[in-house]
Design a protein. Structure first.
Length: 95
C-alpha cells in the first residue's frame, strides 16, 4: 500500500515513528504531524491515507459553502440598502 503525502502540509517526507511494543505510527518530517497509531503497518498507512485528509477536505468544503451563503446574504442586504438610498434621494429632490 502506498503512503500518500502528508494530509496537513502535502509533504511526502514521511517516516515511521515507534514500532512493535506500542504500535506503528507515521510521522511527517516536514510539519511533524503524526497519524494515529495502529497494530500493523498496513493499518497505520490506511489511517494516515484516508482518515484525516477526508475529514479536512470535507470540513474545508463546508466552510467554503458557509462563506458563499454569507456573501450572498450580504449582497442582498447591500441591494436593499441601495434601493432605500434611491428612494431617499427621490425624497431629497422633492424637499
Ligand atoms: Zn506534513
Amino acid at each position: 500500500m502506498n503512503i500518500l503525502p502528508c494530509p496537513w502540509c502535502g509533504s511526502s517526507e514521511t517516516r515511521w515513528e515507534g514500532e512493535a511494543s506500542w504500535g506503528f505510527l507515521l510521522t511527517c518530517d516536514s510539519c511533524y504531524a503524526s497519524g494515529p497509531a495502529r497494530d500493523s503497518k498496513e493499518q497505520a498507512i490506511r489511517a494516515w491515507n484516508e482518515g484525516p485528509s477526508f475529514n479536512i477536505s470535507e470540513r474545508l468544503k463546508a466552510h467554503a459553502d458557509q462563506c458563499e451563503a454569507e456573501a450572498k446574504e450580504l449582497e442582498e442586504k447591500a441591494k436593499r440598502i441601495r434601493a432605500r438610498a434611491a428612494e431617499a434621494s427621490e425624497g431629497d429632490g422633492n424637499a
